[in-house]
Design a protein around this ligand. Structure first.
Ligand code: NAD
Ligand code: UGA
Length: 473
């Protein structure tokens, strides 16, 4: 029976996942550890609005479980030593240099975890891959652990290990809901006892028929495949959106028409500014790398096109804005509403707002950026450019290079703007009073709705020009 869990990595997955496990399994002690002490301090902050991850409902889960059976700590060694089960939930970004640079996953953090577990674990420990990993990574982890196991055979207290794959399917913004009522829990492994130990944790709240048991390689590959299929739908719908704009069709109508076919289904058919988030791009590129590595270039090319189309689509939106604003953005003010890669998260990783924002800055635009949850310091890092203070921003009128400033209110960001660009589907943007905003904008003024969330009639009736993604009307 599992009574003590350690999770290495207190990020967007480790934090919420362990919070829900602790909440649903009050008799199990769950300790989440991280080398980033700032992050751990934020998870321990008594002010629940300051948690490092914004997710609807997460604050209540943390409030119930924290310091009862859920703990956040930087003491990696003792958390591993006392655990019967260790989840590895660390970052696995795309390699930036060396073999496979730009495509393969950088496994240095996973390897470091395996070595830490090998050094500190006591007795029998079940090691669970929670991070998204290339197929056959479990082999790497097993090898490192086996070396430790062999070395410990001569000592009095020997350690033994089983490795499982248990990829996470939560989406940001709905993480708590996804964790509390998952479509499925996937567990891959070859040690039946270890699999059933992990099943016994999930069975505290997940019905048996939603728990899938597979071999370890199928589990690793299923995770990459799920993300590739989801991202593929978005590139598919965005590609047809471009065709709608050229032909007079409307992507919302096309999506409704195809989504009612039960074989296609209606979800994930929303045209937007291109997919963002920390995983779709990296996981597809990883799949591309693996396909080439295993001698399947046609398979690699097929999936690589999904990412290429996404990049093209983001650039397409920037160039539409430039064209509509008379071919130049120099000195023009553009309000960017939403910087997170989707609504209900403070995460900006791979957000389309980054690429589109940089393109507009390159054209000399002055960006007035608003987002209800994203920290302006993060935007500064993402754009690689310091924001200018409000007074200076208001004074800038004719510049060849772009600038940006953060606004706490969307309406203030739109004031004096030549255009408003909606990049994240935050609910509040669908409620904007365009009559009021129009009074404050410089004419001729535009609204570019890359998320299709505003009522076009209201924008047009307010005397503003309107463009939205995939609308050829
Ligand atoms: P993240 O960057 O938010 O968090 C990872 C954390 O691991 C960081 O805080 C980092 O400091 C910590 N860390 C790295 N090495 C460590 C070590 N040796 N010891 C202790 N801590 C260490 O990443 P994330 O978004 O939580 O993603 C984690 C994994 O889950 C990735 O493989 C990702 O692909 C996968 N995943 C992410 C999501 C998502 O929505 N973000 C969903 C499903 C799966
Ligand atoms: C995605 C998957 O949905 C999760 O199942 C998976 O666990 C996770 O990746 C991961 O492995 O990291 P996430 O990236 O958090 O979750 O969010 P999604 O809801 O999938 O959205 C991804 C991007 O696609 C966002 O930029 C979103 O705005 C965009 N999107 C989504 C669209 O443009 N249109 C849609 O119809 C749906």
């Amino acid at each position: 029976m599992i009574s003590n869990i350690c999770c290495i990595g207190a990020g967007f997955v480790g934090g919420p996942t362990m919070a829900v496990i602790a909440d649903r399994c009050p008799s199990v002690k769950v300790t989440v550890v991280d080398i980033n002490s700032e992050r751990i301090n934020a998870w321990n902050n008594s002010d629940l609005s300051k948690l490092p991850v914004y997710e609807p409902g997460l604050d209540q889960v943390i409030e119930r479980a924290r310091n009862r059976n859920l703990f956040f700590s930087i003491d990696v060694k003792s958390a591993i030593a006392s655990a019967d089960m260790v989840f590895i939930s660390v970052n696995t970004p795309t390699k930036t240099q060396g073999l496979g640079a730009g495509k393969a996953s950088d496994l240095r953090w996973v390897e470091a975890c395996a070595r830490q577990v090998a050094s500190f674990a006591k007795g029998h420990t079940i090691v669970v891959e929670k991070s998204t990993l290339p197929v056959r990574t479990a082999e790497v982890i097993q090898n490192i652990l086996k070396a430790a196991q062999d070395a410990s055979k001569n000592k009095t207290s020997s350690s033994t290990f089983s490795v499982l794959s248990n990829p996470e399917f939560l989406a940001e913004g709905t993480a708590v809901k996804d964790l509390e009522a998952p479509d499925r829990v996937l567990i891959g492994g070859d040690n039946k006892d270890a699999i059933e130990s992990l099943v016994s944790i999930y069975r505290n709240w997940v019905p048996e028929n939603k728990i899938l048991r597979t071999n370890i390689w199928s589990s690793e590959l299923a995770k990459l495949t799920a993300n590739a299929f989801l991202a593929q739908r978005i590139s598919s719908i965005n590609s047809i959106g471009a065709l709608c704009e050229a032909t007079g069709a409307d992507i919302r109508e096309v999506a409704r028409a195809i989504g009612t076919d039960s074989r296609i289904g209606s979800k994930f058919l929303e045209a937007g500014p291109g997919f963002g988030g920390s995983c779709f791009k990296k996981d597809i590129l990883n799949l591309v790398y693996l396909s080439r590595y295993f001698g399947l270039p046609e398979v690699a090319d097929f999936w690589e096109e999904v990412v290429k189309l996404n990049t093209w689509h983001q650039q397409r939106i920037s160039s539409i804005i430039v064209k509509k604003l008379f071919g130049t953005l120099s000195g023009k003010r553009i309000a960017i509403l939403g910087f997170a890669f989707k609504a209900n998260t403070n995460d900006t990783r791979e957000s389309s707002a980054i690429q589109i924002g940089k393109d507009l800055l390159d054209e000399g635009a002055n960006l007035a950026i608003h987002d209800p949850k994203v920290d302006p310091n993060q935007i500064e890092k993402d754009l690689g450019l310091q924001q200018v203070n409000k007074d200076e921003f208001e004074r800038i009128s004719n510049n060849n290079y772009g600038s940006w400033s953060f606004f706490n209110e969307a309406s203030k960001a739109c004031s004096s703007a030549d255009a408003v660009l909606i990049l994240t589907e935050w609910y509040q943007y669908s409620q904007i009073n365009w009559d009021e905003i129009a009074l404050e904008m410089r004419k001729p003024a535009w609204v570019f709705d890359a998320r299709s969330i505003v009522d076009s009639d209201k924008v047009v009736n307010a005397g503003l020009n309107f463009w939205r993604v995939g609308d050829g009307a």
